[in-house]
Design a protein around this ligand. Structure first.
Ligand SMILES: CC(C)(COP(=O)(O)OP(=O)(O)OC[C@H]1O[C@@H](n2cnc3c(N)ncnc32)[C@H](O)[C@@H]1OP(=O)(O)O)[C@@H](O)C(=O)NCCC(=O)NCCS
Length: 330
């Protein structure tokens, strides 16, 4: 069977920087509370009407150019997001249109913070089986317009940011390859981190009363998320290593989903590695959900922290609960 490599990567974040001090003006919070609990100092929030497909477009242009391709060469688009531009259709078709691609397959994956690795896993299968040769895998989110930026929503509002990252997958005939991907879910925790509306379970799916109660905003049981995350991250990382007969010491860089600096620190401790092995940019971007891993991967690559021959482990955990990992020989 063929192997898959990452041939191009790119990211884009909105220019508008929102600091913790800026949030102090919107809600009852403090820079000290946010930094101590999460490690976040600032995030990017769009300040004009923008869709996740618009951010995706900019990240994808870079990834496609780095792969030495033009948009018409792409034969499949997989878009990991929980903030598609519209309730339907998904944002992948908007990217297909905006980039002038052929009438190729294009679909969204709704696996929250794990969405990029889920999408990567699907793209990998398409390339391995010969069904596609140039797959664009995107993670992009606009979180800022869907959160409650008052004191009522402060536990969520301080965490999230906007951004996009993308990779191009191609067949590999060398060592450079996605070695394996691993995806998991446990739906009994669905309501520990979720946004309910609009829901077809209700008729109408959204009403003034529901909106007044704030049921359109994401809700989180932070402690439950934290407790599960610090177990599932190391577990799914070890699954990736064991599958490939590799050990923690073989890894050049871990790129975890940027959920919370304290989660990343706890995962590093459980794996017995220093924070120098765990890539982190949460201090600048907050949690960008499905976009966080491709943004981090693109920045790490740009900074020379991901070099040819390196073993890179991606890992994610989030709403669902879902969790996932990928082992990549760069
Ligand atoms: C959200 C999180 C930072 C909260 O930290 P915590 O240590 O559980 O919170 P604490 O118990 O210390 O504090 C809770 C208190 O802070 C308050 N609080 C919540 N958000 C606040 C904010 N932004 N500013 C100030 N106070 C806040 C709460 O109202 C609560 O007050 P109370 O005790 O009077 O009821 C933490 O649970 C967490 O990181 N969870 C994982 C979140 C995550 O990663 N989600 C995304 C996963 S993909």
């Amino acid at each position: 069977m063929r192997k898959t490599k990452i041939a191009g990567i790119g990211h884009y974040v909105p220019e508008n920087v929102v600091t913790n001090k800026d949030l102090e003006k919107l809600m009852d919070t403090t820079d000290e509370w946010i930094v101590t609990r999460t490690g976040i100092h600032e995030r990017r929030w769009v300040n004009e009407p923008t869709g996740s497909s618009d951010l995706a477009l900019k990240a994808s242009e870079k990834a496609i150019a780095m792969a030495g391709l033009v948009p018409k060469d792409i034969d499949l688009v997989i878009f990991g997001t929980l903030t598609s531009d519209y309730h339907f259709p998904g944002s992948a078709v908007l990217v297909q249109d905006k980039m002038g691609m052929n009438t190729i397959g294009a679909f969204d994956i709704k696996a929250a913070c794990s969405a990029f690795i889920y999408a990567l896993s699907i793209g990998d299968q398409f390339v391995k089986t010969g069904q596609a040769n140039n797959v664009l895998v995107i993670g992009a989110e606009i979180q800022s317009t869907g959160i409650d930026v008052t004191t009522r929503g402060r536990d969520m509002a301080v965490l999230f940011g906007d951004g996009a990252g993308a990779v191009v997958l191609q067949p590999s005939d060398g060592e450079k390859a996605i070695l394996s991907t691993h995806i998991h879910s446990q739906g009994k925790y669905a309501k520990e981190l979720w946004a309910e509306l609009p829901t077809p379970i209700q008729n109408p799916p959204m009403s003034h009363e529901m909106l007044d109660a704030g049921r359109q905003y994401p809700q989180m049981n932070g402690r439950e998320v934290f407790k599960n995350a610090i177990v599932r991250f190391p577990e799914v990382i070890m699954e990736a290593l064991n599958t490939n007969n590799l050990q923690v010491k073989d890894v050049d860089l871990f790129i975890p989903h940027q959920a919370n600096l304290r989660i990343t620190q706890s995962v590093a401790k459980r794996l017995g590695v220093g924070m120098d092995k765990m890539y982190s940019n949460i201090e600048r971007y907050g949690n960008t959900t499905g976009a966080s891993i491709p943004i981090a991967l693109a920045e790490a690559h740009k900074e020379g922290k991901v070099k040819d021959g390196d073993l890179v482990i991606l890992a994610a955990f989030g709403s669902g609960f879902t969790w996932a990992s990928a082992a990549i020989r760069w």
